[in-house]
Design a protein around this ligand. Structure first.
Ligand code: 2NL
Length: 357
């Protein structure tokens, strides 16, 4: 075998066995500026004229064969790499989808939504306001002057006194929002005010932060019949019982006159408590006709306008409706509890499910 044939056989064998990195090395070794074939071509000039042509043709043929073999081998290797990546990264469309981490709606949020839906269907609008209030909006405007005993009952959280002598506080009810609405919007008014409220009280049945929904309706002829109809309807809608017994019991609040507490029918037994007809009663909310002094404190003419107001504790309704036995669990942020008692985002209240069972 001639040297050239030997070189050819040797190169083709090594090309056939090379991986992509080795292949580039081989190309440089054979065809690069100092490659073996390049060097042989440089040597052609030194040959006798008679030999030069045949040797040149043989070298050109060798160069073409080697270049072609390298290109073919490279294409084969690249193709194999692509094939193996395609096989490895193939998407298996038969696999089940990964479960999406689904959040839950807190029972307090759900209960607020349901109550808001009921009152909005009756024509109320939602109003909101600040958690940090001043003495006037939380107490004085509501007919609770500084020396009034009701101030003690409220266990108010106060902030340090400011330079101007004012002492900001955390609102003890959502009524200040109604006061602000009456100060800025002329009657007729129909609003409900859901939100956080605060009292320095902490035991098995009281939390320092809790939620309320208050309502306010003011017009020229709004009377106690409207209050009763509206709240009877609310109690029946929120518990999904068309025939739920509801009674109004005289009571006292500084900001309403007359005032009443609303009880719903229930049955207490060894098994626990069931809402509905059963001979027993349970308090569910407070209400009354807005005191004329409160209207006047907000710049509303009490000889022309009158109205009713009410306040409902959200936690108590949520506990009764969803069978949550311990108030404190609402605020523990225990994810296992939330997965059990919480609601799925698409479970929005609606006429078919939200207001019913
Ligand atoms: C309760 C009692 C009540 C009101 C809240 C109110 C607000 C204004 C004027 C008059 Cl601006 N009244 N709110 C009235 C009666 C009762 O709540 O036991 N809530 C849990």
């Amino acid at each position: 075998m001639s040297d050239l044939e030997q070189l050819r056989t040797d190169l083709l064998a090594r090309i056939g066995a090379a991986d992509l990195d080795a292949l580039e090395g081989l190309r440089i070794e054979a065809l690069g500026r100092k490659g073996s074939i390049t060097e042989l071509m440089k040597g052609l000039g030194g040959l006798a004229a008679g030999e030069r042509k045949a040797a040149g043709q043989a070298l050109n043929a060798l160069k073409a064969v080697v270049a072609c073999a390298i290109d073919t081998r490279r294409a084969t290797l690249e193709c194999a790499v692509l094939e193996s990546r395609l096989a490895e990264q193939r998407i298996d469309l038969t696999l089940p989808v990964r479960p999406l981490a689904q959040g839950r709606i807190h029972p307090i949020s759900q209960t607020i939504e349901e109550m808001v839906a009921i009152f909005c269907q009756m024509g109320f609008s939602v109003a909101e306001g600040p958690d940090i209030e001043d003495d006037f909006h939380n107490f004085t405007a509501l007919n609770i002057p500084p020396e009034h005993p009701a101030r003690q009952d409220h266990d108010t959280f106060y902030f340090p006194e400011r330079a101007d002598g004012a002492r900001p506080l955390l609102r003890t009810h959502t009524s200040p929002v109604q006061i602000r609405t009456m100060q800025t919007q002329p009657p007729p008014l129909r609003i409900i005010v859901p939100g956080r409220t605060y009292r320095a009280d902490h035991d098995a049945t009281h939390s320092p932060m809790f939620h309320q929904i208050e309502g306010l309706a003011i017009d020229e002829t709004t009377h106690m019949g409207h209050l009763k109809g509206c709240l009877i309807e609310f109690c029946r809608a929120i518990f999904g019982l068309d025939d739920l017994p509801v009674r109004f019991r005289p009571s006292y609040f500084p900001f309403t006159e007359p005032s009443a507490e609303v009880d719903i029918g229930c049955a207490r037994s060894a098994d626990g408590l069931a809402i509905g007809a059963g001979g027993d009663w349970m308090e569910i909310l407070g209400c009354g006709m807005v005191h004329p002094k409160v209207l006047e404190n907000c710049g509303i003419d009490s000889t022309r306008y009158q109205g009713f107001a009410f306040g409902v504790g959200v936690e108590r309704v949520a506990m009764l409706k969803y069978g949550i036995p311990d108030l404190r669990t609402f605020y523990e942020s225990d994810l296992r509890w939330l997965r059990h008692y919480g609601f799925l985002p698409l479970d929005v209240p609606n006429v078919a499910t939200g207001l019913g069972a």
